[in-house]
Write a protein that binds this ligand. Sequence first.
Ligand code: NSP
Length: 231
Amino acid sequence: MSFSQQLREEADHIFNACYNHPFIQGIADGTLGKEQLIHYVKQDFEYLNAIMQAYAFGITKSSRREDMEMFNTSISFVLNSETHPHVNLCNVAGVKYEDLQGYPLAPTAQHYTRHMLNASQSGTLGEVIAVVLPCPYIYLDIGERLVKEVNPDTSHPFYEWITFYGVQTEEVRMYKYLKRLDELAEAATEEERKRMKEHFMISCQLEYMFFDMAYTLQNWPVQKQCTAVSN
Ligand SMILES: Cc1ncc(CN)c(N)n1
């Protein structure tokens, strides 16, 4: 079994938990609430900025043009295409996309972005791939399962979100990452392979937590009190 197959098997329960999370099931049956959609898009806009920076660290660790191209394609994908599923969610929530940009990170988004940026800044090329991989991998899995199980038509409120992640070129992008991860894992020391696995598993857990953050409208626990002004 290849290294990437081992990781996928090890994380199977997390992939399943993500699919069964009420956030995704709310997308599936079209009932996800406006507040949850807005919180998700605000946080995901910032998350996608951070993953582009992680991809850019991947370029700084690359010496082959093919690897630079792989990360560059992912950055272009986020900049030029991944706005579409966000716009779908904004349309359902009845808000403008531009109004959901530039918000502070909630705890889980803070955790996930720091995890990705720390590992990609301090790690090897293999570690960069391992830490960013769950992002496209889990959404491809969710999208494919939703297309198969919900089989939405254009009247479904989240038709565009579902078909974007379930029926598109994500698969081609993914296989490049998996192939390269296996090559790098084969040449890596046991220590490095251990770090790659740890980065991958933590990113998978944080993908689950990200859905939970959006669903529960997670925020920092201590907020400034608004005291009534009395005359
Ligand atoms: C947190 C998260 N993970 C993954 C994806 C899909 N690229 C996303 N938009 N946001």
